[in-house]
Ligand binder design. Sequence first.
Ligand SMILES: C[S@@+](CC[C@H](N)C(=O)[O-])C[C@H]1O[C@@H](n2cnc3c(N)ncnc32)[C@H](O)[C@@H]1O
Length: 374
Amino acid sequence: MASQHDANDDDALPPELITTFNELKSSLLSHSLPSTLTALKAGAPAWYQDPESGWGALHYAAEWGDEAAVKAVLDAGGVWNALDNLGNTAADIAISRNEQGVYELIRDAGLRSELLLHLLAQHSALTVADPTPAANIDSFLSSHLVFHTDGDGQEVCSVYVPSSEEGEEKQVEVGVMMAWERVIMQETVDLLSSSLLGGGKDLRVLNVGFGLGIIDTLFQSLSPVKHTIIEPHPDVLAHMEKTGWANKPGVEIRRGKWQDVLLQGEGEGEKWDIVYFDTFSEHYSDLRQFFALLPKILSGPRARFSFFNGLGATNAVFYDVASRLAEIHLLKLGLSTHWVQVWVKADVLEAWYDSRQYFKLEWYKLPICSLRAA
Ligand SMILES: C[S@@+](CC[C@H](N)C(=O)[O-])C[C@H]1O[C@@H](n2cnc3c(N)ncnc32)[C@H](O)[C@@H]1O
């Protein structure tokens, strides 16, 4: 999730607005609520970011820790996800100062804004306008993938994407799947299967996205009678063939994107007891479209669903907002979500030999979802 509003990309601010911003900033720095309210009422730009630090009024209000001031700045147009020059949002400042109430005010403003944007089906902070294989499915499916072991001995499936990072045009490695996620996959399978009474007899499992086959290997240990894997990438399919996946017990490989396999009518009425979703280069809108299939494809209230929860995972507040957004959308479809925190700090620290870092947090929020009893 990138900063939604880079305020200072716009035309230079008229001098009178800079003056009112400076008044607002001084009011916040001197912890004066009346003069903060006066400055905002006079039209001080709550969205503007000081070019030197990248701080906007919301950063100053969060540092002060006054909930009334934070609320006033948000109401006046303070931008919940604006990043300062060090990459921190106002909510990050609130966390660092242990201001839980302020943090929640800003996070909830973010959640409301995301819900509204999704309601209006418009561009949101969860959608990245990126035509490269990292964020565009057609471009990803026509890219060559490399299965290899990185310089730290980690098994990785990578794609290389053009990037102009640090002003230089180059190809950057992006992990489609990396072995550091094994701890997440293991915990996911343990939690998904622990709900199954009778040890999961006649278990039917659906996994969307094969990658390195880590989760599918773990699913095999549950001895499912039916183990459906949906996978569209030719290089991954070739890798699956080479490693004998077509002949494993219960395995049926459906070649294609989940959109083609599950929305095309063939397989109508098919149900599974465990469903897992972990694709690549897709957006939140795709995940949400998949959510809508769940009431039809989950076998009943004992069935469980989980997905790789990686959206917004480069910043704690974006991650919190993205997770709650998913929970609300699932709830609207009749699914409740139980969150389990998985400590991944040690795995994440060592994981990025040559690859772009897509997960920067210490805790992974693992969702376990089930149909609510009618
Ligand atoms: C992150 S990897 C999955 C890793 C897997 N969970 C594991 O344990 O190794 C993502 C996989 O999703 C596949 N994929 C991407 N888009 C897809 C789509 N629309 N439908 C199904 N699979 C997709 C990719 O080709 C890739 O193999």
